[in-house]
Design a binder for this molecule. Structure first.
Ligand code: FE2
Ligand code: FE2
Length: 190
């Protein structure tokens, strides 16, 4: 092969290699947005943990601290995926999280509401991946779909317990639930 032809071949070959795995703009933007949402979730739960600590409920604080750690692993999982797809992570500003809450039940309900919002975002991301015919991203997002189902169910369980306690001797039930939640430990499932 003459040098010129070889050079041309080499150039187009490496360019194709470089672009080959890259995410399409719409998918990339949505994934970067999701990293931000997971980081926001982390800080929201850390703030809830702080509120519980302040109220003298270390078990509930532990529950939220574990959630905080989990959300960080979610953000990092997407971070690694974007890098693997030869694309650029762009971190965005994280909105101010609430720092005051009305009651234990309200914190749990707000956390469920937030998880439902995140589920909506993941569903939307899946739609984008399908529209863009990005099968790898679609497959990657399946883990998040399952995770959201688990997370919503787990918060709902605590809300149910709190509502049950409310009808009975409140202080004692809350104390017992707090002791139960103290046992939760963080395990990286990503
Ligand atoms: Fe998450
Ligand atoms: Fe979550």
């Amino acid at each position: 092969m003459a040098f010129n032809t070889l050079h041309k071949y080499h150039y187009s070959f490496t360019t194709t290699l470089k672009l080959h795995n890259m995410l399409k703009t719409k998918v990339l933007e949505a994934l970067n947005e999701q990293i931000n949402a997971e980081q926001f979730s982390a800080l929201l739960y850390l703030s809830m943990s702080a509120w519980f600590e302040n109220k003298g409920l270390p078990g509930f604080a532990n529950w939220m601290y574990v959630q905080y750690q989990e959300e960080l692993t979610h953000a990092n999982k997407i971070f690694k995926y974007v890098v693997e797809r030869n694309s650029k992570v762009e971190l965005k500003q994280i909105s101010q999280v609430p720092v005051e809450f009305d009651s234990v039940l309200q914190v749990a309900e707000q956390s469920l509401e937030h998880e439902q919002h995140v589920t909506g975002m993941i569903n939307n991301l899946v739609n984008i991946a399908i529209d863009e015919r990005d099968h790898a991203t679609h497959s990657f997002l399946k883990w998040f779909l399952d995770e959201q189902v688990e997370e919503e169910a787990s918060v709902r369980e605590i809300i149910d317990s709190l509502k049950l306690i409310d009808g009975e001797a409140k202080g004692n039930g809350l104390f017992m639930l707090d002791r139960e939640l103290r046992k939760r430990i963080f395990a990286d499932e990503t």
